[in-house]
Structure formats: structure tokens, C-alpha cells
Design a protein around this ligand. Sequence first.
Ligand SMILES: [Zn+2]
Length: 114
Amino acid sequence: MHEFSLMQSVLDTVEASARDAGAERVTVIKLVIGEMSEVVEEAMEFAFEALSPQTLSAGAALEMRIVRPRSRCAACGQEFEHDRYHRACPHCGSLACELIAGRELYIDAIEIEN
Ligand SMILES: [Zn+2]
């Protein structure tokens, strides 16, 4: 489960930002997760519950926004959304498509209490 190491680095980053801002605690953590990143939401929740006690993020709400994969077709130039397994261009059928979204994994925002 790579979610544990991911969540650890999320919590480290949040902790540093919250301390810089003089926060007493973190109330909300918003993450953006691309569907192609293979991150499982339930595993992230589980890792959060396991790792967040003893940090400023203890008890915070974890909000995850899932980004659908998008690709651009190298043959016809169209951009299209697809799922994790189907990446052929729906316009011309080409498989020469470049992933332009869906691998995101970042902290969008945090909310804190001073
Ligand atoms: Zn195409």
C-alpha cells in the first residue's frame, strides 16, 4: 500500500504549513487525486486515521477530489476523457495518445484554526 507513504508526506507538508501559519490545529485537508495515480480513497482514509493522531491534523476532515483521466490524441489533436483502461481516441481510434490529466496527486488547500 503506497497510500501510507503518500499520506505521511501529505501530513508532513500540512504540518509544516500549519506551523508556519501559527495554527493550533488543521480542520480540513483537501487533496486532488488523479484516477490514474492508482491511489485508493479508502486506503488514504485508513492511512490518515492511522497517521494523523499526534499531529495538528488529528480530527481534520479529509476531502478528496478525484480527477478523471484526459488524453490528447497525437493523430487528430482531440482531447478526451476516458477511464483507467481505455485510452484509444474516440474520434479516430488512434492509440497514440498522451495523458494530460489524471496522474495528479497534490494538496489543494488546507483550513486551519489559530
Ligand atoms: Zn484521434
